[in-house]
Each structure stands twice: as structure tokens, then as C-alpha cells.
Design a protein around this ligand. Structure first.
Ligand SMILES: [Zn+2]
Length: 313
């Protein structure tokens, strides 16, 4: 180490302070986009977390998702049963699984990666589930599997459509086979809805990968994706190294999968409630709602949880 490095070491914190982003009461004021744009966080929020420069649909947490999805941002959370033990295998890698769970819970305010809610979209009651990528990469363990099944059971009991927003790195390795077992469990839950002719609408967000893609994400009566979402089972690099071929442009994007017939619709975030409510009304032949006139309602439904009084902020 020479004297220049020593000097730099001393000045570095001061230079860092000069350029530090100002932190407001709600965290950072600015958000950067992969296109290079620096966006005022409130503007980004007002635009449903979509970059107004490049149309990138930024990743959002389930609470924000439900706020932009349900009518007037009002919904009621459904609490699924929780597994009795958090860490059945006492799994430890560089940190223990218990520590990782505690950290994820502190950071997100969620108990696990899937959140469930019920509310109205264009006046039709639905159950919706959403994965939080910030909770251990949206991975599915026993708690997330249980939440998914609870959402399906709620839809089954109340004769509602089930909308699920996938955003996941796959199954949770820290729970090993116990997490893999969630795949058939979730598929059985979807099948029970199909037998009752209750719609299951899957929305693939960026990214939807691994066991989530291999189980629930592509089993919707209609499989929807947000623009440019990455949807894959294995990563592109692994595939490229295995097949030893150049991969086509846009490989594993929503647009590529739509071209190949794996995704039915690519819908802008702002249009999701309108399109999904129309699909549900057509699939169930209830509540005639049309894209051209979303206010045209023939039938009113009652909330399965009573009147929605505690609207989430
Ligand atoms: Zn952008």
C-alpha cells in the first residue's frame, strides 16, 4: 500500500458524503431505472411504478400490487395458516435459515413470500395472491405453498375467481423436499378450482422462474404477463452452456414466450384490472363487464368477508 492509497482512504468517506442520496422520511427520494433515467419516487408511484422513459415495469411488493390492482386500492388481507415450525431441517449455509427468515420478515413486514387479499376489480370480487421477490427471492416454502392453497380454498368456498401474481426465483432450497412438495399441492388446488369451473388467472411478473414456472405460473385458464417479464425454468446461461448454441434474441422474455404460445396475453400494468375483470366475467358469464365500458355492471356481489371498511393505505 503506498501513500496515495492511504490518502484516498482518508478522503473517500468525505467524497461519498458529498454525493450521498438524500434520504427522506419514506426512504430514498429517487429511483434509478435500467434505461439510465433517474426518476422521482413519487412520480414513479403515480405512474404505477412504470418508467415513463422506457416503459419498464418496476418490481413492486404485494401491498403496492394490490393497491394498484383493486378498485380504489381497497382490499382485505387474508391470513393463511402458518407452519408450526419455521426451520424443520435446521438448514445452515453461510447463515442459518432462521436468521434469513428473520431478516426477510423485518425487511418486508410479511411473514413469508406470498400475500393474499380479497377485493373488487371493476366491481367483481376476486381473491388475489402475490409473491414478494424481496422476501428471499419470492421463493416457495411450506408457508408460501400453504398461502397459495389457502387462496384457492377461499376462492372455492366463496365461488370466486383466483388471480395469482408470480414473481419468484423458484422453490426454497432451505426447505429442500418440503418445498418441492408444494408444487403438486398447489397444482391440486388449481385443479379443484377447474373442476368447479372457477377461473384461475395467472399473471407472470418479472422474474418468474424455476419451480414456480414449472408448477402454477403457466397453469392459468389464461396466462398473462407484464411486458418484458423474464419467464423461465432454468437460466439462459445454463441453457446456453448445455446446448452449446447461441440463444435467439429476446429468449425467455414474455414477448418471446407469447410468440411460442406459452403466454396468452401481455398486458400493461394499468390495464390488468380491466382485462382480468373482463376475462372473469366472460369465463363465468357473470357481471357483464366489457373493456370498452368497464362501468357496465349487471350484477352486484357481496364481499365474502363482509363490507370492506379497513382500506389499506
Ligand atoms: Zn426506464
Amino acid at each position: 500500500m503506498n501513500w496515495i492509497t492511504e490518502k484516498l482512504k482518508r478522503f473517500k468517506p468525505k467524497i461519498k458524503n458529498l454525493f450521498r442520496v438524500k434520504i427522506g422520511p419514506e426512504g430514498k427520494l429517487w429511483e434509478s431505472c435500467s434505461c439510465g433515467a433517474v426518476l422521482f419516487k413519487q412520480d414513479l408511484k403515480d405512474n404505477l411504478y412504470i418508467c415513463n422513459k422506457c416503459d419498464k415495469h418496476h418490481r413492486i411488493e404485494p401491498k403496492e400490487r394490490f393497491q394498484v390492482f383493486f378498485d380504489e386500492g381497497q382490499f382485505q388481507e387474508i391470513s393463511p395458516m402458518l407452519p408450526a415450525i419455521d426451520d424443520p431441517l435446521l438448514f445452515t449455509d453461510s447463515k442459518s435459515y432462521g436468521m434469513r427468515l428473520r431478516k426477510a420478515r423485518e425487511d418486508t413486514g410479511q411473514h413469508d413470500s406470498v400475500m393474499l387479499a380479497t377485493g373488487k376489480i371493476n366491481n367483481i370480487y376476486v381473491v388475489a395472491g402475490a409473491m414478494n421477490f424481496n422476501f428471499m427471492g419470492g421463493s416457495v416454502g411450506r408457508a408460501a405453498g400453504e398461502a397459495f392453497v389457502a387462496g384457492a380454498e377461499f376462492a372455492y368456498a366463496n365461488r370466486l375467481a383466483y388471480v395469482f401474481f408470480s414473481c419468484s426465483g423458484g422453490m426454497r432450497m432451505q426447505e429442500s423436499n418440503l418445498s418441492l412438495m408444494q408444487m403438486p399441492r398447489m397444482i391440486v388446488a388449481i385443479n379443484s378450482l377447474k373442476q368447479e369451473k372457477l377461473p384461475f388467472i395467472s399473471v407472470c411478473l418479472d422474474p418468474t422462474t424455476g419451480g414456480t414456472t414449472a408448477s402454477v405460473a403457466l397453469l392459468g385458464d389464461v396466462n398473462i404477463a407484464e411486458p418484458k417479464a423474464l419467464i423461465a425454468f432454468a437460466g439462459a446461461r445454463v441453457i446456453k452452456e448445455t446446448v452449446r448454441e447461441e440463444l435467439p434474441p429476446g429468449f425467455q422474455t414474455a414477448e418471446y414466450l407469447q410468440e411460442k404460445g406459452q403466454i396468452d396475453l401481455i398486458i400493461q400494468r394499468k390495464d390488468l384490472p380491466k382485462v382480468i375483470s373482463t376475462l372473469i366475467s366472460q369465463l363465468t358469464n357473470k357481471n357483464k363487464v366489457f373493456i370498452s365500458d368497464s362501468n357496465k355492471i349487471n350484477e352486484q356481489q357481496q364481499s365474502p368477508l363482509g363490507s370492506i371498511t379497513n382500506a389499506s393505505p
